[in-house]
Write a protein that binds this ligand. Sequence first.
Ligand code: ADP
Length: 247
Amino acid sequence: MTDLLEVKSLKKSFGAVEVLKDVSFSVPSGTVTVIIGPSGSGKTTVLRALNALDPADGGRIRIGDVAVDFDSTVSPAQLRAFRAQSGMVFQQHNLFPHKTVLQNVIEGPVIVQKRARDEAIAEAHRLLDEVGLDVKSDQYPFQLSGGQQQRVGIARALALRPKLMLFDEPTSALDPELVGEVLAVIKGLAAEGWTMVIVTHEIRFAEQVADEVLFIEGGVVVERGKPATVLRNPTEARTRQFLQRIL
Ligand code: ADP
């Protein structure tokens, strides 16, 4: 199996704080990697580097056949091409409040990617159907629950046809009763063969969906492996301590 994502020696500081010291991992095509770790350990920073929202200070990332080397100068055009390889779903949906669900989903394909409007609309309906919300396509975000808004956020990210999907604690801002519907959509994507990197504190979900789990602490990957090992029988004391605190 070839690796869709390859991360080598990723480094990132904010001022004097070295948040990512040397992060390396790879994700085979069609698999799901879940990143766990304490608050402030650099999980979001990794995802934001993968999506070039906050370019790294050093290291190399390859998604498919598009690579960026942060040890050299990266041009804005290179960064844009790299960013287009992945789609990101944030903690908060950040949908456009004055646009309908459908308009939110077609915005990127039509405005950014300049795709034909009819084709983008047809694809948006298909994606909204996939997240169980095509019936809401003419409604506005405020008319939806938080879980429904997150599901629209997923459809919107998928509409840009990324190779890799990134999820940053997609359920952490939701009321507990709304968490399941969002996790179910993500599980559906995993079953379809999407390659995904997911930051989450939902350990049971991680066990169900992950092919590999990374435990990050202090800006390094402390442990990585199969969910049954890392989550149930970790090798590293630091992983054990973290899991004891959250389970
Ligand atoms: P996690 O997702 O594991 O909770 P983050 O990646 O969000 O951790 O943050 C790691 C560290 O980097 C934290 O100490 C945080 O305060 C710091 N940090 C993140 N983003 C910024 C930023 N834009 N400016 C300054 N510090 C930041």
